[in-house]
Design a protein around this ligand. Structure first.
Ligand SMILES: Cc1ncc(COP(=O)(O)O)c(C=O)c1O
Length: 413
């Protein structure tokens, strides 16, 4: 006899809302961390997959590809070589744990270190995925203000002193120092050193997220904070999502071997996708540098298209600093603009934007800010989408003002 089960009555408490049905992408998609479709190196990936499978395909017969719980060894070797070359970080492949995207890296570290009621220090404006995950674990993310050099070390020290006086020792300090998300800044070496010093003084580790760090217009960057760490103060993570493709779901964590082994014990998924790891390793050893050069050139062009479109349609009412790399522009509007309302009004017209409050430890400072991703849309979609966004913003908030002011404003930019 067939029975219709009422699953609603069986569900565990506190689940997230059901995933909405797939409606397709909006015509003007300025959200998420998507990359340029034409830049995905499909043919080279096909060749790399075939080569890797011919050589190591038989190891698919075992969990872990005969490389152990940390992930496919040739890929860990590539990650170690890439970090040495690009961020000055010297690690052995045994200090690299391959994860299913850096989202899993974040989740594993949060699972490892956090209990409900804990405090974690974050940049005031930070990755929405970190804020939602920490809050989901009952952790309190406390924002530290940023300046053009990233998280302010003086304010960090003051907050740690204040918390210490209350008997609170935060579990870690989460930072995105190289192409900060959302503001796109690069923390200079001096600020990194200051952060390390404060971290040492209070015995609070740093969790460094460098998932955009390879996408730099001129390739120049300070060493990773982990590379400057003479003790064991820093856990580091990165990703292939923004340089190669986000749907591959491959990232990594770097920590000292004992901690990596502990994190690996928490990674109970049977291993990150084997084909992806094999293909990426084969592809990256011979193509990564050239590919990244091409992608950054293309992204820089898209950024220029976006900043020109903003200047044309918003004039001086949209303020931003063009970032030295990455895929995002962090835009600030006059106080009259409520970014949450703007995001829903724009969505109704086919323009998807990330409202600033979602990217902020406290909503208020980001009330009139939005984050625009220029990685995925074409040049034309960027121009058209920004134009529609300006129309919606004008209709909702009178910003930008019409009747010739925009042109005058943009000339004075
Ligand atoms: C700062 C930051 N960290 C981590 C992630 C997770 O990316 P992925 O899991 O695709 O590597 C993102 C995604 O956009 C991000 O912006």
């Amino acid at each position: 006899m067939a029975v219709s089960i009422d699953y609603a009555a069986l569900l565990a408490p506190d689940l997230p809302a059901p995933a909405p049905g797939w409606q397709g992408r909006p015509p003007y998609n300025f959200i998420g961390g998507h990359v340029d479709a034409a830049s995905v190196p499909v043919e080279d990936m096909i060749a790399a997959t075939a080569t890797a499978l011919r050589r190591d395909g038989a190891t698919l017969s075992t969990y872990g590809l005969e490389s152990g719980p940390l992930g496919y060894r040739p890929l860990r070797e590539f990650v170690a070589a890439k970090l040495k070359k690009r961020s000055g970080l010297s690690v052995s492949p045994d200090e690299v744990l391959i994860t299913s995207g850096s989202i899993q890296a974040l989740e594993l570290v949060y699972q490892l270190l956090c209990c409900p009621g804990d405090t974690v220090l974050v940049e005031q404006f930070t990755y929405a995925g970190t804020l939602s995950r920490l809050r989901g674990l009952g952790v309190n993310p406390v924002g530290i203000s940023l300046d053009e050099s990233g998280m302010r070390a003086d304010l960090l020290a003051a907050k740690l002193a204040e918390l210490k006086a209350q008997g609170i020792r935060p579990k870690f300090i989460y930072v995105i120092p190289t192409i900060q998300n959302p503001d796109g800044s690069i923390m200079p070496e001096g600020r990194r050193a200051e952060l390390l010093q404060v971290s040492a003084e209070y015995g609070v580790p740093i969790f460094e997220d460098e998932c955009y760090a390879d996408l730099l217009w001129n390739g120049e960057r300070p060493p990773a904070i982990a590379a400057m760490d003479e003790g064991r103060q820093v856990i580091h993570c990165g990703s292939f999502s923004k340089t190669i493709a986000p749907a591959l779901r491959v990232g990594y964590i770097i920590a000292e071997p004992g901690l990596v082994a502990q994190i690996a014990a928490c990674k109970e998924d049977g291993g990150t996708g084997a084909l992806e790891q094999m293909m990426l390793s084969e592809y990256c050893w011979s193509h990564f540098d050239d590919h990244v050069d091409k992608v950054t050139l293309l992204l820089k062009e898209k950024l220029n298209v976006m900043t020109e479109a903003l200047e044309e349609h918003f004039g001086t009412t949209a303020e931003f600093t063009a970032p030295p790399g990455g895929i995002f522009l962090w835009v600030s509007f006059p106080d009259a603009v409520d970014a949450m309302k703007l995001a829903s009004a724009a969505a109704a017209r086919g323009v998807a934007i990330n409202p600033g409050p979602d990217w902020s430890a406290d909503a208020a400072p980001a009330r009139s800010r939005i984050r625009l991703c220029f990685g995925n849309p074409t040049h034309q979609a960027i121009r058209d989408g920004v134009k529609v966004l300006a129309e919606v913003c004008h209709e909702e908030f009178g910003v930008p003002v019409r009747s010739g002011n925009i042109e005058r404003n943009s000339q004075s930019n």
